[in-house]
Design a protein. Structure first.
Ligand SMILES: [Zn+2]
Length: 150
């Protein structure tokens, strides 16, 4: 069977949903699938951006499925797009002022910190979205107040 490189509908609508939630309406975001991303089978997705025209493309590994892990991958990449203006400023204003060996070290350190930050924000947003998208049934207690079932 030939590999299916059509972007699944749930990915397209999830990207639109998170573009709205993250206020990325000025961005044009396109998605595509590849068998292997960045020549590394362990990489699930990657973005490339053109800041001055607010264009971003996200490449997802072709085995993407509608699972919590892959949903978080979509949110993670959307957060990279959200933070791209900060990353661009760090690259162009701060890192370029450094001499080469220091610049490389500072670039690696910045990327590590940003990656950890985006991972933590991804988990937070995914959990909040789960509560919003799948609210627990609310039942009325005997005194008339509403309380969430636990
Ligand atoms: Zn990342």
């Amino acid at each position: 069977m030939a590999a299916d490189f059509n972007v699944p509908e749930w990915v397209k609508s999830y990207i639109l949903c998170w573009a709205d939630r993250l206020h990325l309406e000025e961005w044009e975001i396109v998605a595509r699938l590849e068998l292997c991303v960045n020549d590394d089978p362990s990489v699930r997705a990657a973005i490339s951006v053109t800041n001055n025209i607010h264009h971003a493309s996200i490449v997802f590994r072709a085995d993407i499925e509608d699972t919590p892990e892959w949903q978080r991958t979509v949110i993670h990449e959307m957060l990279h797009i959200k933070h791209e203006p900060i990353c661009q400023m760090v690259r162009e204003v701060i890192l370029l002022e450094l001499e080469r060996p220091t610049r490389r070290l500072a670039d690696d350190a910045y990327r590590n910190v940003m990656e950890q930050f985006i991972d933590s924000q991804t988990m937070l947003l995914w959990r909040l979205a789960e509560c919003v998208d799948n609210p627990e049934p609310i039942k009325a207690s005997e005194n008339g107040h509403k309380e969430a079932s636990v």
